[in-house]
Write a protein that binds this ligand. Structure first.
Ligand SMILES: Cc1cc2nc3c(=O)[nH]c(=O)nc-3n(C[C@H](O)[C@H](O)[C@H](O)COP(=O)(O)OP(=O)(O)OC[C@H]3O[C@@H](n4cnc5c(N)ncnc54)[C@H](O)[C@@H]3O)c2cc1C
Ligand code: SF4
Length: 336
């Protein structure tokens, strides 16, 4: 592990004090929350921050859960286990509780924060092993070992010839499906953006993963109240039943009218794309239709119509379609 400077920020104003922008080419300062991604990648020598700012002292300001008439506010320093166990989240936003509960392990979820969770890095084996020189994400311009290598777990959407890695998290799909926003605070002040706009597709610059500005801290996530939040769920398909990342997943939320006709459908795909992936066309295909096996399967076909497989990961297309169709039918059958 590289030497680094460590500093604690115990109040919100102190976070940005002394975080002068890093000189060109120098690794930027990193915030330390649960450390379950950051420390892991530092030990592997994949991330080499020169400065670490421990933000755990801010938990009393940015660690709360508040459910109200206008929706749900989740502090970025709330722990995953705290949110998955919250009664209001489980009742009114089940897709959030389920996405968190199916992630990692109980020990990790006790440590890990929501903010750190959405910023976790890809699990591409070539990215995580500096022994491989060709990885555009870790080493811009070096190539992509996965294109002709082990790419069974890689992406179908939002990838490019420079990087085909997937975004690995679960919680982010729930936020995308529910139309959440994310609150940010940086050296230039506070702003709020759609959560869907936080992550970038890979394109030419796979090492740039988000729209965060230098030094910007995620302070909270807001999920607006909506008729579809209660009829929501997360379905995750993986190689083993627990403690594994998604091969495919679907976060779905439905507002059903009389006769089971879809007033609104929200669908986000996990395990298959460079970022949390909203299936807009599949949502549109369902609107105004009764939710049946046939319409669920049609929506799933639409969701994967533009999928671009690479070698070993073609199986994810059919698996992903089945995941979406099954999730939609299960959500429609919920008694709420
Ligand atoms: C073995 C293993 C299995 C896992 N399985 C899963 C899984 O199945 N599903 C899943 O979703 N996840 C999984 N994870 C990932 C895990 O959920 C994340 O490591 C964790 O959520 C990260 O949160 P953290 O607080 O520890 O982040 P940290 O490691 O502290 O931070 C991660 C990154 O986010 C930045 N950061 C943290 N908080 C903020 C903030 N508020 N504002 C701005 N930047 C911030 C840090 O600077 C760092 O770059 C797994 C992890 C491991 C080690
Ligand atoms: S898929 Fe992306 S992360 Fe994996 S080796 Fe290629 S460039 Fe690196």
């Amino acid at each position: 592990m590289n030497p680094f400077a460590y500093r604690r920020a115990d109040d919100a104003a102190a976070v940005h004090a002394g975080t002068a922008p890093a000189p060109a080419g120098a690794p930027p300062a990193q915030f330390l929350a649960g450390g379950t991604t950051l420390v892991d990648l530092m030990k592997l020598d994949v991330m080499r921050p020169a400065q670490i700012i421990d933000i755990n002292g801010l938990q009393r300001v940015y660690g709360g859960i508040a459910a109200g008439r206008d929706g749900l506010l989740l502090g970025a320093l709330a722990r995953m286990s705290q949110v998955e166990a919250d009664a209001a989240v489980r009742r009114n936003y089940p897709v959030i509780a389920q996405a968190l509960q199916q992630a990692a392990s109980p020990q990790l979820r006790n440590m890990a924060s929501l903010g750190g969770n959405v910023l976790q890095r890809t699990r591409c084996a070539y990215f995580r092993d500096p022994g491989y020189s060709a990885c555009n994400k870790r080493n811009p311009g070096s190539g992509c070992a996965a294109l002709d290598g082990a790419n069974r777990k890689h992406g179908l959407f939002g990838t490019s010839e420079r990087c085909i890695a997937t975004y690995p998290g679960d919680f982010a799909q729930a936020l995308v499906a529910l139309g959440a926003t994310v609150q940010l605070r940086g050296p230039a002040g506070a702003r709020t953006i759609r959560f869907e706009d936080l992550h970038l597709p890979y394109g030419d610059r796979p090492h740039i993963e988000t729209t965060l500005r230098p030094g910007e801290l995620i302070t909270a996530f807001h999920v607006p109240a909506a008729p579809y939040t209660r009829r929501s769920l997360y379905l995750k398909i993986r190689d083993r039943r627990s403690y594994a990342f998604a091969l495919t997943s679907a976060a779905v939320a439905l507002d059903l009218g009389p006769g089971g006709v879809v007033a609104e459908a929200r669908i986000a795909l996990g395990g298959v794309a460079s970022r949390p992936w909203r299936a807009h066309a599949a949502e549109a295909a369902l609107r105004g239709q009764p939710l049946t096996e046939a319409s669920a399967r049609h929506a799933a076909d639409v969701a994967f119509a533009d999928a671009r497989p690479h070698g070993q990961n073609a199986f994810k297309i059919e698996l992903g379609k089945r995941t979406v169709a099954r999730a939609l039918l299960a959500a429609a059958a919920l008694e709420i």
